[in-house]
Design a protein around this ligand. Structure first.
Ligand SMILES: [Zn+2]
Length: 120
């Protein structure tokens, strides 16, 4: 698997998803009419609509964060730093990168970091 192709594909998918999510949440008069129709149709419409908005906002947050990670990984690839642990400068294992393409620390440094965080 070519990691750069994989990342660029992911970036395109995320960018498109964020774009369409923004279009949806931006809303407009037409959307409000649709919402009003939904509300009269469903007695619990009000609650579920609010819930949907929260889910969409949540999803958008996650996508934006993921896009930032993808961009960072692509930057690291450009600088020849991708897959290098930011703490100890050792290469991160292929298996770990396969499971976590945006890992920035090797297993040892990651667990040390998590240990610190727990202790703090
Ligand atoms: Zn390390």
């Amino acid at each position: 698997m070519d990691i750069r192709n994989e990342l660029e594909r992911k970036r395109r998918v995320l960018t498109a998803a964020i774009q369409s999510g923004m279009d949806r949440t931006r809303g407009g008069a037409a959307d409000r009419n649709e919402i009003a129709k939904e509300l009269t149709k469903d007695p619990y419409g009000s609650a579920s609509l609010i819930h949907d908005d929260e889910i969409v906002a949540d999803m958008m947050d996650r996508r934006i964060r993921e896009l930032q990670q993808v961009n960072r990984a692509l930057e690291e690839l450009d600088r020849g730093r991708y897959g290098i642990c930011q703490e100890c400068e050792e290469p991160i294992s292929k298996a770990r990168l396969k499971a976590m393409p945006f890992a920035t620390r090797c297993v040892a440094c990651q667990s040390a970091q998590e240990g610190l965080r727990r202790a703090a």
